[in-house]
Design a protein around this ligand. Sequence first.
Ligand code: SF4
Ligand code: SF4
Length: 468
Amino acid sequence: MVGESEQEVVVTFRDRAASVAKNGLRRWIYAAKPKGKFYQYRSALSFFYLLVFFALPLIQLNGMPFFMLNFPEGKFIVFGNIFWPQDFFIFAVAMITFIIFIALFTVIYGRLFCGWVCPQTVFMEMVFRKIEWWIEGSPNQQKKNNNGELTAGQAIKKTIKHIAFLILSFLIANTFLAYIISFDSLIKIIKEPVEEHTILLTGLVFFTLLFYAVYAFVRDIVCTTICPYGRLQGVLFDKDTMQIAYDYNRGEPRGKLNKQTERKIGDCIDCTKCVQVCPTGIDIRNGVQIECVGCTACIDACNEVMKRIHLPTGLIRYASENEIAQKKKFHFNGRMKAYTALLTVLTIVMSILVITRKNVDTHITRVKGQLYQEVGNDSLSNLFDAKVLNKTRNEFNVEMKLEDLAGEVKMVNTKETMLKQESVNELTFFICINRKEIHKRSTDIKVGIYKNGKKIQTVTTVFLGPFI
Ligand code: SF4
Ligand code: SF4
C-alpha cells in the first residue's frame, strides 16, 4: 500500500483476532445479511449440496448403499462399488491424490473451497444462520436484544432457536451415521432396543452435541482458529494465489462520499459495508488475512455500494496480489493452467482406478510342498489353492479355464464353484497340462475366471514340471 493510505491502514490495523474483544473476551460477530450475485450463486449451490448430502445415504443400487464409508469395519462403497481392505492401494492413491489436489488447488484458488463447499460454511451460513435470522430477527436486532435486558419474548425465541439447532444437529449426526453404517442399518438400530446399541447411541449423542456447540456457539472460531486446512493456507498462498482481495490501488486513499465536491481520492467511500457483512469480523481492506473464509459477502456488499454511487464494481473481487499491485484484471495464468491440468490428470487416473477395479479378485498359488504329478502317459498336473474374493452382495458361480495352453482345470469337488457374497472363497483344484506344453521346470500359466461364460479376470501362476 502506498502514501497516506498506508499510514491510515497501519494505524487502523488490528492487533488481535477479530473475534477477541479488547478485554480478551469473545467478541460475538453479528454479520449483516449478505445479498447480491455471489450470495445467490452460493445459495443455489448450497441448496444442491444439502440435497445431495441428505439424499445420498438414502440411495440404493442393487440392494446396497450407493455410498457408504464404514471405517470401523474397513468397508467402503463408492458409487455402488464395494471397496475392501484389499483395495487399499486405491485408497493410498486416493489419499495422495487428495493431498496433492488440496495443495495445488489452494495454491491456485485460495480459500475457494472454504467459501463455497466447506460443510462448516454451508451449514453455518446457509442453514443455521438463516434459522437464527428467522427466529431472532436481523443481526442488528439480535445485537440490540443481546446487549439489553433479556425479555420473556426473547427468552422464548432463544429457546425455540436452540431446540431447532439441536434437532438439526441430531439430523446431521444421524445422516453422518447413515454414511458410516448405511441407512438401512440406521433404521434397524432405531427400531431395536436401546441397550443393544449403547456405543452407537453414545456416539450419536456426542456428535449431536458437538454439531450443536459448533453452530450455536463456536461458529467462526472453527474457521479462524481450529480448522487445520485454514491454518495451512498461510504456507500455501503466494502472490499469484487467487483470493478475495481489496483493490487498494483503486480504493485508497479512502474517504467519505461528498456529493458536493469532485472526488479526488480513492473509490472506497469508507462505508464499512464490507466489514459489517463479514462473518469472521475482519476488514478485508487490511489485506489478505487468515480469517478470511472467502465467503464473497464483502464482494457483494461493495459491489452494491459501487453501483449506488455509479462507480465500476470490483473494488473487492477475486484477484491475486500481483494482479492488484500491477493493476491487471484476473486472468488464468500459465501456472494455474499447468496445475489445473495436473489436477485433471490426477482425477482421471483416480477415476480409471475406481472404474476398472474388479468385483472379483482371485489369487492362485500352488499348494506348498507338492511337486507335479503324472497323469496317464501324456499329462502332468499340479495342485493349486485359490482365494477368490467376491466383493459383491450376490452369490454366483465362477468357472476356471486354462488359457493359452492345452490342458484343463479340475476342481476337486465340482466343475462350477459358487462364490459366497462379500467373502473370501477358498478353492482347491488341479491343473492338468499336456506334457508337450511343458518345456522347463517352472512355466508361467494363465487361468481365466469366467462368470456366466464371460471372462472377468485372468490370473497368472506358476506350473511346476520335471527338470528338463
Ligand atoms: S473478508 Fe470478505 S470474503 Fe473474507 S470472510 Fe470476510 S466477508 Fe467473507
Ligand atoms: S464496501 Fe467498498 S466502499 Fe464500502 S468500505 Fe468496503 S471497500 Fe470501501
